[in-house]
Design a protein around this ligand. Structure first.
Ligand SMILES: *Cc1c(COP(=O)(O)O)cnc(C)c1O
Length: 397
């Protein structure tokens, strides 16, 4: 590297640190779970996407081990050359069935699913209309496609209609509306009833990224479309195996047969990246067995979310209203949110503070996430810790 380039990198890093935006990673020395070891210390974990507590579930581990013994470690190929294992097809069919879609397609991550979705489906004659708070992978996927781009303010249905009108006025051939099913900074569900109504009125299609919903939102965990009872009006669903469904890795697109068939031919992250290891597919199938068998884990998850919300409110914290197990505790001031997160860490509760530019200026928060592995005793411990840290940092007065 030239010295000028090295200096530029140092300057950028110094600026990130000076802005208070440097992300520091703490290494966990145990499995992911309700309790984790961090630097030799037991901590209660309230910031994982481990909604159903499956990240260290014995059935998933057993299924992965069995596949490791039976099917080997890796595929050493992309899917279309010699990387398709029967477990890939089994999981793709199973996910499609679970999500009430014709078929599905696996990717190394949902980031890749969203990255590869738009470009093969939409051309320069088409339009894609995207929520302003959509996940980075949707934004990148849209950047990679040639369709005209329109953006509407987060969950703002007047603005969505304005953009639909604009796309129609500009002569769009096909229009696709793209939204997260759940916006992860707020735990806000996308207003799918209004979105699908508008889509019908303007003959647009709808794509929903259900990463923060697959496995637990909706009566049987089938996601936000089923939660709202209108999954048949959602054309394309993307999701991850890296959150509720075991938390390892892997993403998927589910939708109508011709969409999946074309993406299998053309989606670049699918064509030019290695196949998922069979053990991941086996564990995901085991996760779906658990998800489809009954409601125990979902019931425990939402009981915990209700208890946690009520407990924090009773202790005087300000929450964003909602029904999702993402429960942000609003602090306001960025510095105070960092102090509070640090104090909670001292007390043995692992949480993350979010502040500008991740969330709007003046809306710093501690984002807590509930999961099915947390016990009542865990939550009572965490409530006491929040109250104590809240007083120490003058969030509570
Ligand atoms: C987590 C997440 C992703 C990325 O999923 P990975 O499988 O981890 O790549 C994409 N979209 C949304 C909305 C997410 O929350």
């Amino acid at each position: 590297m030239t010295p000028e380039f090295t200096r530029q990198l140092h300057d950028t890093l110094a600026q990130i640190e000076a802005d208070g935006l440097l992300k520091r990673e703490r290494a966990i020395t145990s499995p992911q779970g309700a309790h984790i070891d961090v630097a030799g210390r037991d901590m209660l974990n309230l910031c994982a996407n481990n909604y159903l507590g499956l990240a260290d579930h014995p059935s998933l581990i057993a299924a992965a081990k069995q596949a490791l013994d039976h099917d080997g470690f890796g595929m050493a190929s992309v899917r279309f050359i010699c990387g398709t294992h029967e477990l890939h097809r089994a999981l793709e069919s199973r996910l499609a069935q679970f999500l009430s879609k014709d078929d599905s397609l696996l990717f190394a991550a949902c980031f890749d699913a969203n990255g590869g979705l738009f470009e093969p489906l939409l051309g320069p004659e088409d339009a894609v209309i995207s929520d302003a708070l959509n996940h980075a992978s949707i934004i990148d996927g849209i950047r990679l496609c040639k369709a005209r781009r329109y953006r509407y303010a987060n969950a703002d249905m007047d603005d969505l209609e304005t953009q639909l009108k604009a796309a129609r006025a500009d002569g769009a051939r096909h229009i696709l509306i793209a939204t997260d099913g759940v916006f992860s900074m707020d735990g806000l569900l996308a207003p799918l009833p209004a979105i699908t109504d508008l889509a019908a009125r303007y003959q647009a299609m709808v794509m929903v990224d259900d990463c923060h919903a697959t496995g637990f939102m909706g009566p049987k965990g089938q996601g936000t479309g089923h939660h709202h009872g209108l999954h048949d009006k959602i054309d394309i669903v993307t999701g991850t195996l890296g959150k509720a469904l075991g938390g390892a890795m892997g993403g998927f697109i589910a939708g109508p047969q011709p969409v999946i068939d074309l993406l299998r031919q053309r989606a670049r992250p699918y064509l030019f990246s290695n196949a998922l290891p069979p053990m991941i597919c086996a564990a995901a199938l085991a996760a779906l067995d658990i998800v489809e068998k009954g409601d125990d884990l979902r019931t425990r998850l939402f009981d915990n979310a209700g208890y946690w919300r009520a407990g924090l409110t009773a202790r005087g914290f300000e929450l964003l209203p909602g029904e999702h197990p993402i429960i942000p505790v609003m602090i306001g001031d960025a510095r105070q949110s960092q102090d509070m997160a640090a104090r909670l860490g001292d007390l043995g509760v692992y949480v993350a503070g979010f502040f500008f530019p991740v969330v709007p200026q003046g809306t710093a928060r501690i984002r807590t996430q509930m999961n099915a592995a947390l016990t009542r005793a865990d939550l009572d411990f965490a409530l006491d810790a929040f109250e104590s840290a809240g007083r120490d940092t003058r969030v509570l007065t």
